[in-house]
Write a protein that binds this ligand. Structure first.
Ligand code: ADP
Ligand code: ZN
Ligand code: ZN
Length: 739
């Protein structure tokens, strides 16, 4: 009879997670023990009895077997109560679902313990009357003191404000704050740690009167909640349709019953305005996380949550793991955002993890977007999610007017500039009216695909329906299957010589704008000008302060920002993102174009949008021009069905990395062979990844498709098991489900 050993971690804190201890498992305990079980163990010299978690089971002793102590007990895994136990259960689920080690998952879900320097919280408030402040703000404007003006205006609107919020989200330096303090305009308050929620509540709590459409959704939500129906909901509402208002109402409903709420928003959309909107409504019961927090500050926020000092946590993906004792609702705003998918192992998607966490906590998940992901819509159509819709903007001027310009026709007319006649004349018009313009260059997929400027034809792989990539050796290569052909410099469709890779970047466009519109003040926002988050918000806020007429930028500019004076959005090369070799290309394009169009005419003035494209007939372009989500979805799901892509079928991507390409390839072949044993519907590869080499490391991929997700999980388990029993070399293997 062989022995069984359990690896146990004894304390949940960052430092000690790396270390597990082995215990032997007596026969009578073996049935009950699973990975993730809470166990009782003797620890240390005195054999003190403490609790731990089982993170691994094996039959190989790590040390001399006589020195291994026996496990005392397996604590029954009854319905978990403590948030920490729930999170461990969640980590076990994530390990199963996405692969990797349990430790990797635990590190994601558990709060990182770190030394907390109890920082004094600082608050800023006006030291003068509102009227005086308004006069002062006007003076700042005249003297072009943008930062001072911004801060004073925020204080006029929101009253007393947390300094760290001002620093992070308004980008106002301590120097500016001190200068205002010296002038006696503002006062800094450092004594109290947290504000008094009542004081906040007593402010003007303007309860927005919901529209009929909003109210209907809130009522239905309330009805289901009170009946204990916890079905996930998808709120599909156009930009500015009042989704946030609906979320707040739902949260209020849940909080009233003594439960807590997590509100996920993409990091980039986490603005001062968003946080203040929630604080205005819920006072000091709100906290937020963002990437600038130190580990200690983050832990501090989690501690407040577990102690019940707050009810609502706002933040990016990681806020999902806030240890609320009675979690009632998780909201995922901008559900389609790619930042909800983790880049490192475990490569989890916040949507699915939220649903699992909600299941454990008996909470409800609400997802919202103007352009829901195909996955989410598909599940809503199947009845897995409850679907709510908001089809109209709140403001009267409705959605912007959209013009699609066929750039092939412009070339025929002899217009070789990057601006169509339509866009050119509208920019001129805006400059005259002193209204602002955003020029958005869609640069996703710039990585070397080849297209014809005359007919729009793009060279594609005959086997995979993805675009071929031009390599330096003059070959067009498919990164999915390895297919190659010689690049001929002539369009295979129309014979034109105007064929090549697109090179127009933001810099060239900025130059072109300056040349065509010499009077315009231009700002540029891309990875070069915004090397860090500070630059990024600096550029955005100076544009929003009216310091430029035209903002040129990549997809960084289309997310979540409100520029009331922007009435024109020009989309250059709308179709670039269609030809990435990724089955989500159509979806990304539709999202980008729709969100970009949504930037125009957000306030009183109505907006116009010009979409310049070589493929106006492509459904992703046409549907976004028509702002018709359903039309897009119907076409897209048809395409996914035809090709067997997620969400119709599931896909497991195995990424193999090694400095030695032969070792990587060999590992790929072994893993593909293991996959073959379970006879899934399709295996592709191993083949070089889209990014075939990164920092001298060669990357290969194996794609496995099957309609049964669990079968893919089984293949992942087989691969991991094989790797454990064959520890060879430095080859790294990562799993990605429905990449
Ligand atoms: P979304 O989240 O869908 O983009 P918001 O909730 O931000 O939309 O609403 C857009 C704008 O309309 C906001 O300025 C918001 O304050 C306002 N708004 C939302 N609902 C109402 C309402 N029922 N009555 C008046 N204004 C509203
Ligand atoms: Zn051609
Ligand atoms: Zn191919």
């Amino acid at each position: 009879m062989s022995e069984v050993y359990a690896d146990v971690i004894i304390e949940i804190s960052h430092e000690k997670l790396d270390r597990s201890f082995q215990y032997s498992v007596l026969e009578e305990l073996r049935d009950k023990l699973v990975i993730g079980s809470r166990v009782l163990i003797p620890f240390g010299n005195g054999n003190r009895e403490i609790k731990g978690y089982c993170v691994g089971i094996s039959d190989i002793p790590a040390i001399e077997p006589s020195r291994i102590k026996p496990l005392k007990a397996v604590l029954t895994a009854e319905r978990s109560k403590e948030p920490e136990e729930q999170l461990v259960e969640l980590a076990v689920w994530m390990k199963h679902h996405y692969g990797g080690t349990l430790i990797q998952s635990l590190k994601v879900v558990l709060p990182v313990k770190a030394d907390i320097k109890q920082k004094e919280k600082r608050f800023i408030k006006l030291a003068v009357s509102l009227d005086e402040a308004k006069v002062f703000a006007l003076e700042c404007r005249q003297k072009h003191r943008a930062a001072m003006e911004r801060l004073v205006l925020e204080l006029i609107e929101f009253g007393e404000t947390d300094y760290s919020l001002v620093r992070d989200k308004l980008n106002i330096s301590m120097t500016t704050v001190r200068a205002l303090e010296n002038k006696g305009i503002i006062a800094l308050d450092t004594k109290k740690l947290y504000r008094n929620p009542e004081g906040f509540e007593q402010g003007e709590v303007k309860h927005t009167l919901l529209t009929e459409d909003q109210q209907r959704i809130v009522d239905d939500f309330h009805k289901n909640l009170s009946m204990g129906l916890m079905q996930p909901c998808l709120l599909n509402g156009v930009t500015g349709s009042g989704k946030t208002e609906v979320y707040m109402e739902m949260i209020a409903d849940v909080v009233k019953s003594g439960k807590q709420a997590i509100m996920l928003i993409p990091e980039i959309a986490l603005t001062f305005q968003t946080v203040m909107r929630f604080m205005k409504r819920f006072g000091d019961r709100v906290s937020y996380l963002h990437s600038k927090l130190s580990a200690g500050e983050r832990y501090d926020q989690f501690l407040r949550a577990s102690r019940g000092e707050i009810d609502i946590m706002i933040g990016p993906r990681s806020a999902l793991f806030t240890p609320f004792p009675r979690l009632g609702i998780i909201i995922i705003d901008e559900e389609h955002e790619t930042s909800y998918k983790a880049e490192n192992m475990p490569k989890y998607h916040a949507r699915d993890v939220a649903i699992e966490r909600a299941r454990l906590a008996e909470a409800v998940v609400v997802m919202g977007s103007a352009t829901p992901s195909v996955e989410a819509s598909f599940r809503a159509m199947r009845g897995e999610y409850r679907l709510y819709e908001l089809k109209k903007r709140i403001s009267d001027n409705g959605l912007p007017m959209v013009y699609t310009v066929d750039m092939r026709a412009e070339l025929e007319k002899g217009n070789r500039t990057i601006f169509s006649d339509k866009l050119y004349s509208l920019i001129e018009d805006r400059l005259q009216k002193k209204e602002q313009t955003i020029l958005f260059i869609n640069r996703r997929g710039m990585a070397g695909f080849v297209s014809c400027r005359k007919c729009g034809h793009v060279s594609k792989c005959p086997h995979c329906d993805v675009s071929l990539i031009l390599h330096k050796n003059g070959k067009l290569v498919c990164h999915y299957c390895g297919y190659e052909e010689q690049f001929t410099h002539v369009c295979s469709e129309c014979g034109s010589k105007y064929i090549g890779t697109m090179k127009a970047g933001t810099e060239q466009i900025e130059e072109a704008v300056k040349k065509s519109f010499p009077i315009a003040k231009v700002l540029r926002l891309d990875a070069d000008t915004a090397k860090n988050k500070n630059d990024y918000s600096k550029i955005l806020s100076s544009f929003s302060n009216g310091e430029a007429d035209i903002l040129v930028g990549t997809q960084m500019i289309v997310k979540g920002h409100d520029f009331p004076n922007v009435t024109l959005v020009g989309v250059l090369a709308a179709d670039l993102s269609l030809y990435t070799n990724d089955y989500r290309a159509g979806e990304r394009t539709f999202d980008l174009l729709t969100q970009a169009a949504g930037r125009a005419g957000r306030a009183e003035k109505s907006g116009e949008v010009v979409i310049q494209t070589y493929s106006p007939e492509h459904y992703a372009v046409a549907a976004s021009a028509a702002q018709d989500y359903n039309k897009f979805y119907d076409e897209e799901i048809g395409f996914r069905k035809l090709c067997g892509y997620p969400p119709i079928e599931h896909m497991l991507k195995i990424l193999i990395e090694d400095k030695n390409p032969d070792s990587a390839m060999k590992m790929g072949q072994i893993l593909a062979g293991l996959g073959q044993k379970s006879s899934p519907e399709k295996i592709i590869g191993p083949a070089p990844d889209t990014l075939s080499k990164l920092k001298d490391v060669f990357r290969f991929t194996v794609y496995i498709k099957d309609s049964n997700y669990e079968k893919l999980v089984g293949i992942k388990d087989d691969c991991e098991q094989w790797r454990q029993s064959h520890p060879v070399g430095r080859t790294s293997v990562q799993f990605d489900f429905d990449p």
